[in-house]
Design a protein around this ligand. Structure first.
Ligand code: ACM
Length: 640
């Protein structure tokens, strides 16, 4: 029997995708409400920006943006009356205080664009306006459809994390990362500053933390646990306190809070290499991870050269607590954040079990076991920080042995920890590795993906998985759900050596993160997100020299298809990107056939054919090769 397989495709043409035609005006994350009206605000050189002195920074950013579009805008005082015919972008600082926290409104109507909001709200109104601004001028003007937008966030905490311990990232990249966050209305930058492989923040009282702890003598080659080799190259870097303050100020100007993470009691090898007395066994080597087949010379404590989890953690001695309090004093002075992240994850109890001192302490304090000791450790640190007016966030292991009274739990090993914490009336931030929020996971299963942390089918999260995640677990009661304060994605950098690769890993998933963090559930729409807005935003990135993961062509089946005749209709995932394909088994490139119309595939009885496609963007970025097998009764697995 002959079968004709038609692949479902969206009923619109790429050339028509733009912010004005999109139901959400091209805005990511999708706003709460977008109501379009007929007519346009057409903007040329005659536009003014009307603003109060308090909003001059936003006015200036708008002016610079318009200049980048070739338009000369003039800033005028909000007190200057505007003629009805004057084209104007008016900044309205929500004088009546009517809008929800971080909320904003945009009204585009004839000769006026009114951006209304207070503080972050006005800033976000501007971000949305920049996103809805047309990319092309037509007949000398840019035309923005009349529209009313009303918007505010679903969650107060919208986070993105960066691990600078495994690999160090320059200040310029941190600022770019923060700019991305601001564009997509993310408001908490979780800066993971200390690790086994490097201590990255200057602490003046303990100079060896950076003299020794910020430098390692090599880095594992390939996939952990590897084959026993590192590259033997010194790898180092840290941020001075002045630089950290610069990042805090840069972020604050964009309404982003910076949460520093100082890991304890685990992931402390770099600090222990600098100050071995922080270990329960100062004389022991530290560089052997639990499953690291190391056979090299033993050189005592060292900053780790390989990934994983290490047994040598901070000993809970008075000396260690004094050290950590002194470190935290300096950290507090740099970071105004209410929250300080104290880690708490992946702290093996082996050394504490073997240590007479730790066993004695467990008895003295009447603790149950080593987990009780970890809880004691975390609670002491919490008490110290609470005394300084700060609160702690810890990874979900801080539940083990009993939660510190005021702690916020960051749920990373799935949702379980978050659910338990909410049931215990503790605030929760959801960042489950199982639900697409670990951006170090690869974005496809194709062989073309670079080295990432996932192997054997694990550690794979396409952006649609991120998009599909709802941070509020259904098992919680309405009261418990209130403890879910937000959601975050994490970028662990064992296998992310460069800014370009970091960009490749976060885009486009960060768009999906922004949407699940901000947009009400009722407004989420994967089809609109994937086919319209993602395409627009990736096209923009492509023009600005930012790296990203290029989605494969839409419409290509991702599973084997059976039958004789097939008609495959594909769609480029990015405006202006081309699709090339082969049916001869070779890998496609720009030398292959270019997709221009639906592909007819005829598979003779007893045979298979493979469609291989690649997407290439205007700037030359390439997707992985996507393959579909078409099988018409072939019994073997061999493709003919
Ligand atoms: C973690 O990924 N170890 C928090």
């Amino acid at each position: 029997m002959k079968k004709l397989f038609l692949t479902a495709v969206a009923a619109f043409y790429l050339s028509s995708v733009n912010a004005q035609t999109d139901a959400n005006m091209g805005i990511i994350p999708a706003p709460v409400s977008v109501v379009k009206a007929s007519g346009y605000f057409t903007v040329g050189d005659n536009v003014v920006i009307s603003a109060l002195p308090s909003d001059m920074k936003i006015a200036q950013t708008l002016k610079e943006f318009l200049a980048s579009k070739g338009l000369q805008a003039k800033i005028v005082s909000a007190k200057t009356p505007l003629a009805a015919s004057q084209k104007a972008i008016v900044l309205n600082n929500d004088f009546e205080n009517k809008l929800p926290n971080e909320g904003y409104q945009i009204a585009v109507n004839g000769n006026r664009v009114v951006l209304k909001g207070k503080n972050a709200g006005l800033f976000y109104a501007m971000q949305s306006f920049l996103q809805m601004f047309p990319s092309e001028r037509v007949k000398g003007v840019y035309s923005i459809q009349n529209v009313e937008i009303n918007d505010y966030p679903r969650f107060s905490y919208r986070g993105l994390h960066l691990d600078v311990g495994r690999h160090f990232f320059p200040m310029s990249f941190l600022k770019k990362y923060i700019d991305v966050m601001a564009t997509y209305k993310l408001n908490n930058f979780h800066w993971h500053l200390t690790e086994d492989q490097g201590w990255r923040i200057e602490i003046k009282k303990y100079p060896k933390l950076t003299e020794v702890g910020a430098s390692r003598n090599g880095t594992i080659i390939g996939v952990y646990p590897g084959t026993g080799g590192t590259d033997n190259e010194v790898y180092k870097g840290y941020y001075t306190q002045e630089e950290a303050k610069e990042i805090v100020a840069y972020a604050a100007a964009r309404y982003i809070n910076v949460i520093p993470e100082i890991e304890l009691p685990g992931h402390g090898s770099a600090a222990i290499a600098a100050y071995p007395e922080l270990s329960a066994f100062p004389e022991r080597d530290t560089y052997i991870g639990a499953d690291w087949p190391w056979s090299g010379p033993r050189t005592g404590k060292q900053v780790q050269q390989t990934w994983g989890v290490f047994d040598d953690i901070f000993v809970p001695s008075e000396n260690t607590f004094k050290f950590l309090e002194n470190v935290l004093d300096e950290v507090i002075a740099i970071f105004p954040s209410k929250y300080i992240h104290i880690g708490g994850d992946e702290a093996p109890k082996k050394y504490w079990k073997e240590s007479e001192f730790c066993q004695q302490l467990i008895k003295e304090k009447g603790l149950k076991d080593e987990h009780g000791l970890q809880s004691y450790f975390i609670q002491r640190i919490e008490k110290y920080l609470n005394g300084k007016g700060r609160s702690i966030i810890g990874w979900d292991e801080i539940l083990e042995g009993g939660l510190a009274p005021n702690a916020t739990v960051m749920s990373w090993r799935g949702e379980k920890g978050g659910i338990e914490a909410a049931q215990q009336n503790h605030d929760v931030l959801m960042t489950p590795s199982t639900n697409g929020l670990y951006f170090d996971h690869k974005q496809s299963t194709a062989e073309d993906e670079p080295l990432t942390i996932g192997r054997n089918g694990k550690g794979f999260a396409h952006y649609t998985k991120v998009y599909g995640y709802d941070p509020v677990p259904a098992v919680l009661t309405a009261e418990q759900k209130k403890y879910i304060k937000g959601v975050q994605a994490n970028l662990w950098t064992e296998y992310i050596e460069t800014p370009a690769k970091a960009e490749y890993m976060i885009f486009p998933r960060v768009f999906a993160l922004a949407e699940i963090a901000w947009t009400p559930l009722t407004k989420k729409d994967l089809k609109n997100f994937s086919e319209e807005r993602l395409s627009l935003h990736l096209a923009k990135l492509d023009r600005t020299g930012t790296n990203f993961w290029v989605p494969v062509a839409a419409g290509q089946p991702d599973k084997e298809v059976v039958g004789e005749n097939h008609l495959i209709e594909l769609k480029s995932p990015i405006i202006g990107a081309k699709i090339f394909y082969t049916l001869d088994g070779f890998r496609p490139s720009e030398n292959a056939a270019e997709y221009t119309s639906p592909i007819k595939i005829n598979v003779p009885q007893g045979k298979k054919k493979v469609l291989k496609t690649i997407v290439i963007t205007p700037s030359g970025k390439r997707s992985v090769v996507a393959e579909t097998v078409f099988n018409n009764g072939a019994s073997d697995s061999k493709v003919k």
